[in-house]
Design a protein around this ligand. Structure first.
Ligand code: AMP
Length: 203
């Protein structure tokens, strides 16, 4: 199995080769074709399985394929929700690395850091926003993060977000992104709360 046979675009294949990725992992083989086809998806995968690329590669490709003419500062077209600041930084680095031959802008927002620089970054225009739920709510309330242009939503490590008490924040965020969107949920476990979330908010 190769990345090419999964249907990925040349710009992504180039970046993968530069990262010395030769063979897709099992979660990548299973998730990438379905996500590229626009399906919602529940992915069971732990850290270390290559789950980040499993959602980041199709996300990048779908954003580039569905490219819209820019009118004013860009609002996020993809939102990646993660439980922690560390994961936000790591996921954003991966997305930038896989998307280095594409002209897409990636920004992180998370708690425990100043609002000012995050507000400036949002104001400058963002294609892909990587955020922790609590801080994203702060930005939504201040009107500095607008979610009405989100086409793709990723919930990464959904079980950890629930363990950390983010369910109310996640539900508020899910209620503010357009209903017409693609949703990918990744989790190491699928307890009943996750299943309920999926039933309520995914197709
Ligand atoms: P993740 O599970 O997304 O945290 O990824 C674990 C590690 O595996 C990261 O350091 C990735 O850069 C790396 N990785 C992901 N997919 C591949 C692949 N297909 N080939 C080689 N390394 C990979």
């Amino acid at each position: 199995m190769t990345f090419e046979s999964l249907g990925l675009a040349p710009a992504l294949l180039r970046a993968l080769a530069e990262n010395n990725y030769t063979t897709p992992t099992p979660i990548q083989i299973q998730a990438i074709p379905l996500a590229l086809a626009g399906h919602d998806l529940l992915g069971g995968a732990q850290t270390g399985t290559g789950k980040t690329a499993a959602f980041a590669l199709p996300l990048l490709q779908r954003l580039v394929e569905g490219n819209k003419p820019a009118t004013g500062p860009r609002k996020p077209r993809a939102l990646i929700l993660v439980p922690t600041r560390e994961l936000a930084v790591q996921v954003a680095d991966s997305v930038r690395s896989y998307g280095k031959h594409m002209r897409l802008n990636v920004t992180t927002i998370f708690g425990g850091a100043g609002m000012g620089p995050q507000v400036d970054n949002l104001r400058r225009g963002v294609d892909i926003l990587v955020a922790t739920p609590g801080r994203l709510i702060d930005h939504m309330e201040r009107g500095t993060a607008k979610l009405d242009a989100v086409e793709i939503l990723i919930l990464d490590e959904a079980d950890r977000m629930l363990d950390m008490g983010f369910l109310p924040a996640m539900k508020r965020i899910l209620g503010r992104v357009p209903a017409q969107r693609q949703t990918l949920l990744f989790s190491a476990t699928f307890e009943s709360q996750i299943k309920q979330l999926a039933l309520e908010f995914m197709r």
